[in-house]
Design a protein around this ligand. Structure first.
Ligand code: PGA
Length: 254
């Protein structure tokens, strides 16, 4: 049985440390023991220490800086700091960071290399902003993948995951537009093809492609059936412990 991933991205939520602590506890109570699914929770940096020591999920970072340890990098968080708090996986190049902080493919590639070189897993997020025109969307995605994974070694690729997250299907922007699973399957195949042409099939074959964008408990099985996708990146619904636990359970059984 292939390993599955469900990664909860809390984005900039909840609003207080107290609420974050409550969310960790509620989540840990709800999450069942799973057979093949690794559950990762990625809270904002200030709450990471509150999530240490729970056994049903591991901690993820929503970002990390590529230099360190130490140094004059005001406002940045190093991989050593994250590792010390128990973080085992870092999300890199989320569309919101590309949009609001201006992260380029070049910066994303540097961060990806740093995370993977540190021995942690990394999730490279890619995804087109608009579904149409289709040709432009494919070209955009191709560049993100090519420039994102450029120069990764074979051992680094063994710790790499890619999440296909079409921006038009993210819950806070989509206005109810959900990507059809068949679209996600096709794009996962396309992404794998680009990794193969960029790095060769030996490196590409180990990389799971996840889907993210308005995932709910009701849609989980549809996205994970047929084995095209290696897991899910969940935003909005990861803040609801009951729903998130149902997503993890459905992923484990799909
Ligand atoms: P969503 O977010 O599940 O709320 O659409 C996913 C993400 O941005 O990672």
């Amino acid at each position: 049985m292939r390993e599955r991933y469900v990664i909860g991205n809390w984005k900039m939520n909840p609003v207080s440390a107290r609420a974050a602590r409550r969310l960790f506890v509620a989540l840990s109570r709800r999450l069942p023991r799973l057979k093949r699914t690794t559950v990762v929770v990625a809270p904002p940096f200030p709450y990471l220490a509150l999530g240490k020591g729970f056994s049903r999920f591991t901690l993820g970072g929503q970002d990390a800086f590529y230099f360190g340890p130490g140094g004059a990098y005001t406002g940045e968080v190093s991989l050593e700091m994250l590792a010390d708090l128990g973080v085992r996986l870092v999300i890199v190049g989320h569309s919101e960071r590309r949009e609001y902080v201006g992260e380029t493919n070049e910066v994303v590639n540097k961060k990806l290399k740093a995370v993977l070189a540190s021995g942690m897993k990394a999730v490279l997020c890619v995804g087109e902003r608009e579904r149409e025109p289709r040709e432009a969307a494919l070209i955009f995605l191709k560049r993100q993948v090519e420039e994102g994974v450029r120069g990764l070694t074979r051992s680094q690729c063994a710790r790499l995951l890619v999440a296909y997250e079409p921006v038009w299907a993210l819950s806070l922007r989509s206005g109810g537009r959900v990507a059809p699973p068949e679209h996600a399957f096709r794009m996962a195949l396309y992404i794998r093809k680009i990794i193969t042409t960029t790095l060769g099939s030996a490196r590409a074959s180990s990389v799971p492609v996840l889907y993210g964008g308005s995932v709910s408990a009701a849609s989980t099985a549809d996205f994970l059936r047929d084995g095209w996708l290696g897991g899910l990146l969940v935003g909005g619904k990861s803040l609801d412990p009951k729903e998130f636990a149902l997503i993890c359970l459905a992923a484990d059984h799909a």
